[in-house]
Each structure stands twice: as C-alpha cells, then as structure tokens.
Design a protein. Sequence first.
Length: 449
Amino acid sequence: MNHEGSPAPARRSPLAKVVSALPPGTQLVIGGTVLLGAASYVHLMAAGYSLGKPEMASVSLLWTILMSVGLGLFFPVEQELTRIVAARAVGGQGAAPVVRRILLITLGMLAVMAVGMAVAARPLARTFFDGRTDMVMALGVSFAAMAASNVSRGVLAGLNRFGAYGAQLAVDGALRIVLAGGCALAGVRSPLAFALILTVAPLVGLVATARPLLSGVQGGPAVGWGSLTSGLAPLVASTLLSQVVVNAAVVSTQLLAPDDAALVAGLLNAVVLARVPLFVFGSLQASLLAGLSSTAAAGDRAGFSKLLVRTCAVVTVLGVAGGIPATVLGPWLIQVLFKADDVLGSLDFLWMSAGTLCYMLAMVLGQALLVLHRHRLQLLGWASGVVALIVTTLVPGPIATRVCLAYTVGSLAAVACMFAAVWLTFLRKPPTSGAGSAESARPSLVDSV
C-alpha cells in the first residue's frame, strides 16, 4: 500500500518485461518455434550418428540449400501474405482473392524449379550429393512442402491466428523428432530417409491446421497482379540474398574444399548451434510483421516506432545471451551432440555468433522497410551484405575462419545499409502535423496498404 492507501504497483520480473516488449501474439508462437528449432537439432544429431561422413555431408547440403533457396523463394510469400492480409483485416476486407493469386504465383515458382532441377539433376547430384539423384528428388519435394507451409502461415499470421500458427510449427517439429529418432533407433543408414523427413513433417503440420486456415479466408475485393508482383519480386530477391548471407558458409566450404566432408558437416553443425537465437527470433518474426503492418495501416506512427525499437532491443539481448555460450562451448558441443570432428575453434564460433546477432537486426530493419513499402531499399541492404560476404570469403586464410568471418561482415554491412534507409526514410522525419496523432502520422507511414 502507498501513502494514499492504494495498492502499490506489482514489480515485474526482467523476464516479464522482456515478454511484454514482444509484439502481440508472439507468446503463442514461441512454443511451436522452440519445438521446431529443437527438432532441427535432433534431426541433424540423429543423422550425424547414423550416417557416414559423405552421407552426412549430403544431408547437410540438402538442409542448407532448402534453408537458403527454399526460404529465399517462399518466405517472402509468407511475408507478403501476412502484410496484405493484416492490412485487409484492419479495413474489414476478406483476403480470399489475395490468397488465390498468391497460390497461383507460388505454383508457378514451383513449376519453374521442378523443370530446372529435372534438367540439371545429374550435375546437381555430382556437385552436392555424391552423385545421388534421389537426393535431388528429395530436395524438390521438400521445396514443395515448404512452399505450402509458408502460404498457410502467411494467412494465419495475417489473421492473427497465432494459436494455429504455433500449432503447425509444433506438429512439424514433433514429427521431425519422432521420425528422425525412429530412423536412428532402427539403424537406418540411408541419407534419403533423413532427407524425406523435411517433406513429411511440414505437410502433416499443414493438414493439422487446415480448418482454422480455411475458415478465416473470406471473400473480399479483387486484387491486381501488379500490386502483388511489384512487391513480391524485390522481396524474393532480398530474401534470397539474405539467405546467401546466413547459409553461405557451408556451400562456400563445399566449393572451396570439396573433398573435406568433415569440415562441411562440422560447419553445418556450427551454423545450427550459433543460430539458436535465430530459431527463437523466428517466434517473433511473424507477429512483428503483423504488428508493424497493423500499426502502419492504422497510421499509428508512435506505435510503429516503439515496436521497432523494442524488437531491436529484445533481439540484441537474445543474440548476446545465445552467443556467449556458443563461443565458449561450441567446439566441444558439436563433437558431443553431432559427432563432428575437431575442425573448428572458439574464434570461429565467435564470428558465427556475432554474425547471427547482426543478421537478426538486419531482419528486423528489413521488416520495417517492407511494411513502409521500401522493398528496393531492403534489396539494396542485402545486396551490400552479399558483396561484403564474397569479398571477405576471397581473402586468403584458413577456409573455416574466412567463411565464418564473412557471415559477420556480410550481416553487419546489411545492418548498416538498412539502418541508414530506415533512418532517412522514416525515423528522422517527424509527423507532418498534429503532434503525433494517428491522422497526422498516416501519410508518413505508408501510401497504400
């Protein structure tokens, strides 16, 4: 009680303060994201203990290509759907026309990929999968499963149905754990079996959440092809470049040292371990975009800025908290958890952890540019990151150190470029009039949503 007899305000724990700073709905996604992130570790651990080094290198490269090219192509679909569906929900408009056209665009992308992979199946197999064309097939169907999942999650996030969003992630993650663990216990020695888990698990998760997805898609005003592709094309390019930055280490090592399967597999293990904060960041990414889109559509300039600053603060704490133990324990952990060889040191993990922190900050700033319809500035940021990464990779020195340092330098370059873009196009500009009212802020946020 205070001196006036009213109850004293309850003191909140530091964890409660951090949670309250997250975008609305994030807490509902965290559980599913954590489970899916853990499933990635179990999956790779089971493969590491079950397969020989060449076979594990094939699984490592398939996982890396899926997480880079697949996410680069289809995560932008999720982002655009989340942005457009959330903006329509604010205006009371249904999203069915948008979903139908996005589905057609996604199917077109898959068809082009399927033809290209069929034509280049043997060269792809020789370069990445020790000559196994069945792994190329597994990669193709994994692309299709990822595309379907991203479309469904974009709709769910835009509708603020984060319970179903989290449930889809949880089912996907739980099934990956069960299937990978079952393969390991059964003594499976085929890399194809471990690869197909990346197709089966997400499709089952999609089916499990089909009802809340379909029930939320209502009829609404038509949408032009141009309004979808004008934003989606630069966003796909941006995301592909961002995935080059975050996943280049493994592929670069395969190209620079094609005969060193132990180093390729060890680097994938290191990348996965250093990216623990990035898996957690995935739990706030969908709700961050939905929150930024909603505040932008409502003309809430102050809310937009507050959400952006708070998310950057949470990401920084997350990156430091995950980076310190990864740097200290990483070289030992990858040997214990993934049966990796002793090929990396603490300095390599330091660069990996620093790169992950910078990468997450770049992702947050990129989301802000996306909502503000500054797609090309986001693209410029990631392009600068890729250039910095390539230059660093070509510097003479040990391969492992070069590719890890390149991740940090590339991510830092992207952060610097996108921070400058957000500052110059939004943060530096005061509301046009009215001391920050929603109506006066509206023109400063977006011109069309």
